[in-house]
Design a protein around this ligand. Structure first.
Ligand SMILES: NC(=O)c1ccc[n+]([C@@H]2O[C@H](COP(=O)([O-])OP(=O)(O)OC[C@H]3O[C@@H](n4cnc5c(N)ncnc54)[C@H](O)[C@@H]3O)[C@@H](O)[C@H]2O)c1
Ligand SMILES: [Zn+2]
Ligand SMILES: [Zn+2]
Length: 343
């Protein structure tokens, strides 16, 4: 089969690889019907993910059809249409039992990072019962493409904010993850959402899709002042940092009101500075990390009920044989590309 392999920093290549086979009785083999490229794939290719293995097939965002299952797989049979979780987790260890699936003692972010991923014709999914979610008939592969990664990340980022009615929530970054955070925040009860991005075309998408109430471009205006003006001088009740820019961590704690939660979903390529003396007394709560993608079933249900629709994120389509070109196009933000469907 054709597969996209991460050779070394800056080097990816389409190669021929054998179709994967069941290695453990909890595995499933899935035919990839549609996949996407995640900004985290770009972080691997640029060499900023130390835990990534060289020579693995990239990709962790996809939907497909189950072709075979190991004897311990209980919930799936060949022919099932499934959306995939970007995380591999056993569902039974100390962390999994508490919902902290990103730190599963037997898994975590494995697909397309430590083991072969989905930028290929077929993929082996370990712990298939927790790693794959069956899709109802009225949900298409494209409808569910983002469930296990960026939609889960946005949903989780919003959950970390412990949103209360009346809250004004600011989201830094109106990229795919930020846009998913905005729609999640609204569904979780935020009264007002503020979209912040230096790319006006992305703010326009948030506006067009009705995902936010206020739109701020910090390259052109003073985000701190505008948010203070909107909140009687207090600051945002919660902030989701989904940009990962040079100064966006700083912006996140600056626009937050005292005692706010700052939820850091972005993955940085450089260390960030937390100036504790400067913020002494502001009593902020920081929550950070890789998504605990444990709500895929609920998200598929919300899609099936038409309460969530992420189809607008697909701005371009490529064939698997052209995926190297697709990576370049996705990385070039000026292209107007949000997400690519590889079909
Ligand atoms: N925590 C997780 O599990 C998880 C999962 C998926 C993605 N991610 C990370 O989330 C981040 C966002 O992903 P994405 O796909 O939406 O990325 P993206 O690059 O498409 O979007 C980031 C947005 O931030 C904006 N931005 C950059 N610098 C800014 C600045 N200084 N001020 C305001 N806005 C600025 C950009 O214009 C862009 O629209 C990435 O770091 C990605 O790796 C994390
Ligand atoms: Zn991802
Ligand atoms: Zn576990």
């Amino acid at each position: 089969m054709k597969a996209l392999v991460y050779k070394d920093t800056g080097k990816i290549e389409i190669v021929e690889r054998p179709v994967p086979v069941i290695q453990s009785e909890n595995d499933a083999i899935v035919k990839v019907e549609v996949s996407s490229i995640c900004t985290s794939d770009l972080h691997i290719v640029r060499g900023f993910v130390p835990r990534a293995n060289k020579n693995i097939i990239l990709g962790h965002e996809f939907a497909g059809t189950v072709v075979s299952v190991g004897s311990d797989v209980k919930t799936l049979t060949p022919g099932d249409r499934v959306s995939a979780n970007c995380e591999t987790f056993c569902g039974e260890c100390w962390f999994c039992k508490r919902g902290f699936v990103n730190n599963c003692e037997k898994g975590g972010w494995e697909l397309g990072c430590r083991i072969d991923g989905c930028h290929a014709e077929y993929v082996r999914v370990p712990y298939a019962d927790t790693g794959l979610t069956k899709m109802p008939d009225n949900v298409s592969f494209e409808n569910a493409l983002f469930v296990g990664d960026i939609l889960s990340s946005g949903w989780w980022g919003a959950e970390l904010c412990e949103i209360k009615s009346g809250d004004l929530l600011a989201v830094i970054g109106a990229g795919p993850v930020g846009l998913c955070s905005m729609l999640s925040a609204k569904l979780q009860g935020a009264s007002k959402v503020v979209a912040i991005d230096i790319d006006s075309s992305r703010l326009e998408i948030a506006k067009r899709e009705n995902l936010a109430d206020y739109f701020i471009n910090p390259a052109k205006e003073d985000a701190c002042k505008i948010i203070k003006d909107l909140t009687y001088g207090r600051g945002a009740d919660a902030v989701i940092e989904a940009a990962g820019g040079n100064n966006t961590f700083e912006l996140a704690y600056k626009i937050a009101r005292p005692n706010a939660i700052v939820s850091v979903v972005a993955m940085y390529e450089k260390n960030q500075i937390l100036p504790l003396p400067e913020m002494y007394g502001k009593n902020l709560i920081f929550k950070t990390g890789g998504v605990d993608a444990s709500k895929c079933g609920e998200l598929v249900k919300l899609i099936s009920e038409n309460k969530i629709n992420t189809d607008f994120l697909i701005t371009h389509r490529y064939k698997l044989e052209d995926i190297v070109e697709a990576y370049k196009f996705f990385e070039d933000k000026s292209s107007g590309c949000l997400k690519i469907a590889i079909e």
